[in-house]
Design a binder for this molecule. Sequence first.
Ligand code: ACO
Length: 311
Amino acid sequence: EDEAFLAAFQARIDAEEKIEPNDPMPEGYRKTLVRQIGQHAHSEIVGMLPEGNWITRAPSLRRKAALLAKVQDEGGHGLYLYSAAETLGVSREQMTEELLSGKAKYSSIFNYPTLTWADIGAIGWLVDGAAIMNQIPLCRCSYGPYARAMIRVCKEESFHQRQGYEIMMTLARGTPEQKEMAQDALNRWWWPSLMMFGPHDSDSQHGDQSMKWKIKRFTNDELRQKFVDATVPQGEYLGLSFPDPDLRWNEERGSYDFGEIDWDEFWRVVKGGGPMNRERIVARRKAWEDGQWVREAALAHAEKRRARREA
Ligand code: ACO
C-alpha cells in the first residue's frame, strides 16, 4: 500500500464519504472493522444468554413477552452485524470458530451472572444504556454497512433500555425487599457497565487509528464519562445509590468525577477468567454443534432448488 493510496483514502474519510464494500481500502481498515464488527456481533449473541436465563421466570406475562422480544432482538442484531462483517470478505463460520476458540473477544459484561429478576432491570437500564451511548456514534461510522446496521439496532436498544429502567422503577417503588433487590443489582452491575467502554484511552491499542479512520467518533473515556453523566441522575431519581464513594458532581468540569475501575478484574474477564466465561462458550459451542444439521439441511435444500431451477 503506497503513500498516495493511503492519503487518498484518508481524504475520503476526512470528507465524510462512506466507504462501501467494493471500494479500495487499506488492509488495516478492513481488519479493524472485521475485528470490531465481529466482536460486536458475538456480544449480541452471547448477550442473549444472561437474560434468556430469566425468560421462564419472568414475574408476569407482560414482563415475559417484553423480555422474550428483547432477547429475540439481540439475536437479530447479531445476524445484522455478521452480515455487515461478511461484506468485508470474512465468513460467518470463520467468525464463529474464532469466538469458540477464544481468538475473538466479546463484551466483558456478558461474563457476569444474572442472580435475581432485578438483574434484568439493571441490564436493560445500565448495559443497554451503555451500549446505546457507544452505538449512537457508530451510526456515523465511516463504513457504510456498519453505520446503516446501527440505525435500527439503536432504535431497538432504546426500547430495551426503557424496559429495563421501568423494571428498576417498579422495584425501587415496591416493598423494602424489592428496593433492596434493585440496589443489589445496581451494586453488582455498575462497575462492569463502566468496563464495557474499554481501557483508558492511554491503554487503548486501537483507539487513535480508529478515531482517525472515523470508525470510532468518541474515545473510550469520552463515552464512559457521557454515560456516567447521563446515568447518575437516573439512579438518583430511583432513590438508589451508586457503589462508588468517589462519585461526585464536579462543578468546574460540569461532569461527575468517579472512582478508578478495577482494571485487573477487567483484563481477567476479557482474557476468559470471568465468573461466567466458561459457561458462555460451552453454551455457544453446544448451540453451534446442535445446529450443524440445520445448516446442512438448509444448504442441501438451497442446492436442490438451484438444481431444479436449472433443469
Ligand atoms: N470487553 C471485551 N473486550 C474489550 C472490551 C470489553 N468491554 N473493551 C475493550 N476490549 C478489547 C478490545 O477488543 C481490544 O482487544 P483486541 O485487540 O483483541 O480486539 C482490547 O481490549 C483493547 O481495547 P481498544 O484498543 O480500546 O479496542 P477498540 O478500539 O476496539 O475499542 C470498543 C473497544 C469500545 C468496545 C469498540 O470495539 C467498540 O465500540 N465496539 C462496538 C460496540 C460493541 O462491541 N459493543 C458490545 C457490547 S454492547 C452489546 O452488544 C449489547
